[in-house]
Design a protein around this ligand. Structure first.
Ligand code: AMP
Length: 288
């Protein structure tokens, strides 16, 4: 397993692999890896001959008042996780390597970014689409792996690949959770012990929503209202959004009459956490 900092090094390694006829998987991350990232790396290792993990806290996807400076970083810890899960190369560039002086080209998206995190974080998806398009051009993978944890991001990337004719298979992987239900996230490290306990309202609300859908509830406002009630009962929690959208357009729907995404964003103290479920993943008797 190698760690490289430059685009040239990634390109020449991937070129050598492709010359041998090997397939390449890409796992884009912002580092501070946990079992959620590990599951993506393991999936890529299973499906491809070689796996590249990008480890880059992308300044372009953070708003001015967000946590770019405090975002946790630990490349030694990350390299151990990549190695354990069968990754072959970590691309860990400095911001200057990705965005040279005078950088002025962007990939942006409409419609799918109007709701959910796109509404709360106006510059976020332009930063995500631009960096992911760049990573796709740099690595030119056969497949790329994204978590359902960031469900709107997964939908946006699928749409970008389709709209811009990128010849890359996008693979969506299930949410990995802590034993008590909290979705794993690099941002969970911001929580103190009281906040960590309070953060359980997210998964509690999600599991309740899943139960309602499994029991046949079709009215989105009923699901949203009961989930919001659970979150609002926790004094340390403040709802950013609890919404249900069409799973391909990411536009609000009122009735569960098609595949849908139920997504939540909640502040616990100053930490903004997200969680979700896709209605098509909800089955009688087992799930998620
Ligand atoms: P991040 O480093 O937070 O930008 O995440 C990198 C990738 O890991 C994204 O595709 C995320 O959706 C995915 N990911 C993050 N947390 C989880 C999780 N708990 N379960 C599954 N995938 C995750």
């Amino acid at each position: 397993m190698r760690i490289v900092k430059t685009i040239d090094e990634v390109r020449s390694q991937v070129k050598a692999w492709k010359a041998e006829g090997l397939t390449v998987g890409l796992v884009p991350t912002m580092g501070y890896l946990h079992e959620g990232h590990a599951s993506l790396i393991a999936a890529s290792h299973r499906d491809n001959d070689r796996t590249v993990v990008s480890d880059f806290v992308n300044p372009m996807q953070f708003g001015p008042a967000e946590d770019l400076e405090s975002y946790p970083r630990d490349i030694d810890h990350d390299s151990a996780i990549v190695e354990e899960n069968g990754g072959d190369l970590i691309f860990n560039p400095e911001p200057d390597e990705m965005y040279h002086k005078g950088f002025s080209s962007f990939v942006d998206m409409t419609v799918l970014t109007e709701e959910l995190c796109g509404l709360s974080r106006p510059v976020h998806f332009r930063g995500v689409c631009t960096v992911v398009a760049k990573l796709f051009n740099i690595v030119q993978p056969n497949r790329a792996y994204f978590g359902k944890k960031d469900a709107q991001q997964l939908a946006v990337i699928r749409h970008m690949v389709d709209d811009l004719n990128m010849d890359i298979e996008i693979v969506g992987c299930p949410i990995v959770r802590e034993e008590d239900g909290l979705a794993k996230s690099s941002r969970n490290t911001y929580l103190n012990s009281e906040e960590r306990r309070a953060a359980l309202v997210l998964s509690k609300a999600i599991f309740h929503g899943i139960d309602m859908v499994r029991n046949g509830e079709k009215d989105c406002s009923a699901v949203i209202s009961e989930m919001s009630g659970i979150i609002n009962a926790e004094p340390l929690a403040r709802i950013d959004y609890v919404k249900i959208v069409d799973c391909s357009t990411m536009q609000i729907i009122t009735t569960l009459d098609r595949p849908a995404l139920c997504a939540i964003a909640v502040y616990i103290g100053n930490t903004r956490l997200i969680d979700n479920f896709f209605t098509q993943d909800v089955q009688h008797g087992g799930v998620l």
